[in-house]
Design a protein around this ligand. Structure first.
Ligand SMILES: [Zn+2]
Length: 92
C-alpha cells in the first residue's frame, strides 16, 4: 500500500510540474519576433485617398519606381494617372 501511495504522489507531482511548465514558462519563453510584423503585415497609407490599410490587403502598384499601396484598384488607377500627368507636364 505504501508503494502505491508513493507512486501516486510522484505521478501527481509530475503532473503539477508539467502543468506549471506549460502555463508559466510557455508564453514567456516566446521571444519577441520583430520579423513577424512583416509577415503579418503593416499599416500603409493610400496616397490617393489618405486611408490606412493593411499591406497584405492593399493593392500594390509601382508608381514612379516606388511601390505604393492603395485601398482599391480605382485609387491605384487614379494615382498612377495623376502621377503620369504630372510627370508629363514636368518633362515638357
Ligand atoms: Zn483609396
Amino acid at each position: 500500500m505504501g508503494l502505491i501511495r508513493f507512486l501516486l504522489i510522484v505521478l501527481g507531482g509530475w503532473l503539477v510540474y508539467t502543468w506549471f511548465r506549460k502555463t508559466l514558462a510557455g508564453p514567456s519563453r516566446r521571444p519577441v519576433d520583430h520579423a513577424e510584423d512583416d509577415r503579418i503585415g503593416r499599416l500603409v497609407q493610400d496616397p490617393q485617398c489618405g486611408v490606412y490599410i493593411d499591406s497584405r490587403e492593399a493593392v500594390r502598384r509601382k508608381v514612379g519606381g516606388e511601390d505604393r499601396f492603395f485601398c482599391s484598384t480605382d485609387c491605384a488607377e487614379k494615382y498612377a494617372a495623376a502621377y503620369a500627368a504630372a510627370h508629363k507636364a514636368e518633362g515638357s
